[in-house]
Design a protein around this ligand. Structure first.
Ligand SMILES: NC(=O)C1=CN([C@@H]2O[C@H](COP(=O)(O)OP(=O)(O)OC[C@H]3O[C@@H](n4cnc5c(N)ncnc54)[C@H](OP(=O)(O)O)[C@@H]3O)[C@@H](O)[C@H]2O)C=CC1
Ligand SMILES: CC(C)(CO)C(=O)C(=O)O
Length: 306
């Protein structure tokens, strides 16, 4: 398939390299020094102790350069969407999938790019680039690529799902992507705020039962506020861990996750890199979603991170 990946950051590189390695015709849109670096060195992915060969997708600096695509994945940050939307709308692709944390503005995104070809999604991988340009990443068993099951072209979700599957990447569908993203934003903004606000970062947070418990309680508070406003927290596993199981159990579970690969490769690098960009924007989105419901624990975590 002809695939465009719009955005050459962590997520864009992982999807581009995985799909190109499978034999798809992949182009990645990069700007500035990143375009040159990608042309010269390609993308090297490392999962666990296994580093793959460098992969060289075609590098574009404008989306029009390579004509038409079957599928375009948009892998930019929430805080970059406003500036990029007009360019994304010019992409000539039958299907456009967003891999962006978008708790607010999903409908506007869809309307701008054309809701008949738009599938909202969320990455099922996480990682970070080291100084040598190797991208260390993990695939998230508990959160594979999520594809919204409503709207988009007929058969589009199956087509994108098949494309991912061809590259060995799992996917899951969500009936209500807006609800999924809102719940996720509560979780991610609370945990990433806690990580950047803790001296010593994720390792210290995981070692501190009280501090992890406070982050879990802040997520619980946020999800309860969402539910009080008629939004049922999603997916079911998130509801279970944060709203149904006892706080001590959720705390023990998250201390293990924070101390493991998810904390080290997924949450911390992303939190540190986006502390003053996407994270701030997600905090604002979450507070807007709470719309006046008091959330003192979340507020305190957000303030500590700012
Ligand atoms: N990193 C992770 O582990 C995870 C990330 N996510 C989510 O995935 C999304 C993407 O994150 P991530 O890949 O980490 O973000 P990055 O900041 O690493 O990458 C975003 C990329 O998009 C590029 N970009 C933005 N606007 C444009 C534009 N108009 N034209 C061309 N390029 C553009 C940026 O270029 P430039 O550098 O020049 O600004 C940058 O290379 C986010 O919403 C994030 O929350 C979800 C799960 C895990
Ligand atoms: C993978 C994880 C949990 C952390 O990177 C995430 O979903 C996110 O960053 O939004």
């Amino acid at each position: 398939m002809r695939v465009l990946v719009f955005g050459a950051g962590v997520i864009g590189r992982i999807y581009a390299a995985r799909l190109a390695a499978t034999g798809h015709q992949v182009s990645i849109l990069a700007r500035g020094a990143k375009a040159e670096q990608l042309r010269e060195s390609g993308i090297t992915l490392q999962r666990g102790h296994t580093a793959a060969e460098a992969i060289y997708p075609a590098v574009l600096e404008t989306p029009q350069e390579a004509g038409e695509f079957d599928v375009a994945f948009v892998a930019i940050r929430r805080d970059q969407v406003g500036d990029a939307l007009a360019d994304i709308a010019t992409v000539r692709a039958r299907i456009i999938v967003s891999l962006v944390n978008l708790p607010l503005g999903l409908a506007g995104f869809g309307a701008a790019v054309g809701s008949e070809r738009f599938i909202p999604g969320f990455p099922g991988v996480a990682g970070s680039l080291d100084r040598k340009g190797t991208l260390h990443y993990l695939e998230l068993a508990q959160q594979p690529t999520i594809l919204g099951n409503v709207g988009g072209p007929a058969g589009g979700v199956e087509e994108v799902g098949g494309l991912l599957r061809s590259a060995g990447m799992k996917f899951r569908t969500a009936e209500d992507m807006a609800t999924w993203m809102q719940s996720h934003a509560v979780f991610i903004s609370a945990f990433e705020s806690a990580i950047v606000a803790t001296p010593g970062g994720v390792v210290s947070l995981a070692a501190d039962r009280k501090a992890t418990r406070n982050a879990v309680a802040a997520v619980r508070e946020g999800l309860r506020a969402l539910e009080a406003r008629g939004t049922r927290a999603a997916p079911a596993a998130v509801r279970l861990i944060f709203l149904s199981l006892p706080l001590w159990f959720a705390t023990a579970y998250w201390r293990r996750q924070l101390a493991g690969d998810l904390g080290r490769l997924g949450l911390e690098p992303h939190a540190v890199a986006t502390r003053h960009t996407e994270l701030t924007q997600l905090q604002d989105d979450v507070l807007q979603l709470m719309a006046g419901t008091p959330t003192p624990r979340l507020d305190a975590l957000f303030n500590a991170a700012r």
